[in-house]
Design a protein around this ligand. Structure first.
Ligand code: NAD
Ligand code: DAU
Length: 349
């Protein structure tokens, strides 16, 4: 039985990945290591929590002795590393927690793998990263795997540092690694601090819809289950030492997405046409706000045969339906410390 450590499996993307691997590969044993920060939630995995090929371990990837003991006791064959601080706005408020988790935490995991993997055959350290490491695009062009790194927020700089560490362990110690850099994900179970779930939640409660700046920044949106499928493909077919960009060729200006959400939700909530659009509020821009991200995923499509499965309109509809059906999930995870963060974030804008 292949033993795989997935870090950050109680978060948004991690929970979709854990579910996919546990269900699709009964002959793999999946250990989900997660510190259950504000962003981690075991409710995301209730459907698979009793599966015989799955276990959850609560722990912090920055805790060196804990991580080393975990590796010694479990003899993992592979690591898929997603645990991270993931929200750009939070990295502007508190950069050091991003340095700690994303840089130090990745270093601790790499060291534990290096120490324990005395025989490197059939081992893999898969690092899940972001397109934000490439910086910001102008009106045209795409990020490819050879675009030079140019991170601009504490979040993206910490992810860039972690990517560099992973590649350094490959070049220096021959650690078998693979890295993927993905564009913006959307779908169920995303913490409602991120654009789409935040807007959906605020529309439901008729709260202001805070659009940063003029809303003209562009993001490239991918259905989260298509990201999980891409990780599956890269995990099994990717070439050691290579990097793969993941994206859906699906660029949207923020303001256009917000208008679209308002239109769809007016219908779903039986509101008069144009009612939700009245909630749109232009607020102070994010500091250092990257203008445009767009991923060229041709390498992944041509070399490994992956392509996105879902059109954006269909994915958005499923996402909205999920949030409408899971309002108790939203209210549970947004109570407590989230309210403090939300007030701090939006009262000053
Ligand atoms: P998330 O914030 O929803 O989940 C992160 C998870 O990591 C949480 O469950 C949290 O509890 C856990 N975690 C945080 N610090 C930890 C620590 N010190 N030790 C153990 N666990 C810890 O994030 P997400 O959106 O699911 O992103 C997952 C990964 O994918 C991240 O590495 C992120 O950089 C990357 N990524 C995200 C996107 C996106 O659009 N969300 C796109 C590309 C790449
Ligand atoms: O590109 C991949 C990245 O996408 C991931 O690495 C990050 O983990 C993930 O959080 C995401 O980063 P973004 O900063 O692009 O996502 P966010 O949802 O925070 O913002 C999307 C866009 O919407 C961005 O241009 C800022 C804008 N925005 C965001 C919020 C929360 C608003 O206008 N208003 C808001 O309230």
């Amino acid at each position: 039985m292949k033993k795989i450590l997935i870090t950050g499996g109680a978060g948004f993307i991690g929970s979709h990945l854990v579910r996919l691997f546990v269900n699709k590969y009964p002959d793999y044993f999946i250990t989900n290591l997660d510190a259950l920060t504000y962003a981690g939630n075991l409710e995301n995995l209730t459907d698979i929590e009793n599966s015989p090929n799955y276990t959850f371990v609560k722990g912090d990837i920055t805790d060196e002795s804990f991580v080393e003991t975990l590796f010694e006791e479990n003899k993992f064959d592979a690591v898929i590393h997603l645990a991270a601080e993931s929200h750009v706005d939070r990295s502007i408020l508190d950069p050091m927690s991003f340095v700690k988790t994303n840089v130090l935490g990745t270093g601790v995991l790499l060291n534990a793998a290096k120490k324990n993997w005395t025989n490197l055959s059939n081992k893999l350290f898969y690092h899940v990263s972001t397109d934000e490491v490439y910086g910001s695009l102008g009106e045209v062009g795409f990020f490819t795997e050879t675009t030079p790194y140019d991170p601009r927020s504490p979040y993206s700089a910490s992810k860039a540092a972690s990517d560099h560490l992973v590649r350094a362990y490959h070049h220096t110690y021959n650690l078998p690694v693979v890295v993927s850099n993905c564009s913006n994900n959307y779908g169920s179970h995303q913490f409602p601090e991120k654009l789409l779930p935040l807007m959906i939640n605020n529309i439901v409660h008729s709260k202001p819809l805070p659009v940063y700046g003029k809303g003209e920044n562009v993001r490239d949106w991918l259905w989260v289950e298509d990201h999980a499928r891409a990780i599956d493909v890269i995990f099994h077919k990717g070439i050691i030492g290579e990097t793969y960009n993941i994206g859906g060729f699906n660029e949207w200006k923020n303001i256009d997405i917000v208008h679209l959400l308002c239109r769809i939700m007016d219908k779903k909530l039986n509101r008069a046409e144009g009612e939700s659009e009245k909630l749109i509020t232009y607020v102070k821009d994010r500091a250092g706000h990257d203008k445009r991200y767009a991923i060229d995923a041709t390498k992944l499509e041509n070399e490994l045969g992956w392509s996105p499965s879902l059109q954006f309109e269909e994915g958005l509809d499923k996402t909205i339906e999920w949030y409408l059906a899971n309002e108790t999930w939203v209210s549970r995870i947004t109570s407590g410390s989230y309210k403090q963060y939300y007030d701090q974030q939006y009262s000053k804008r």
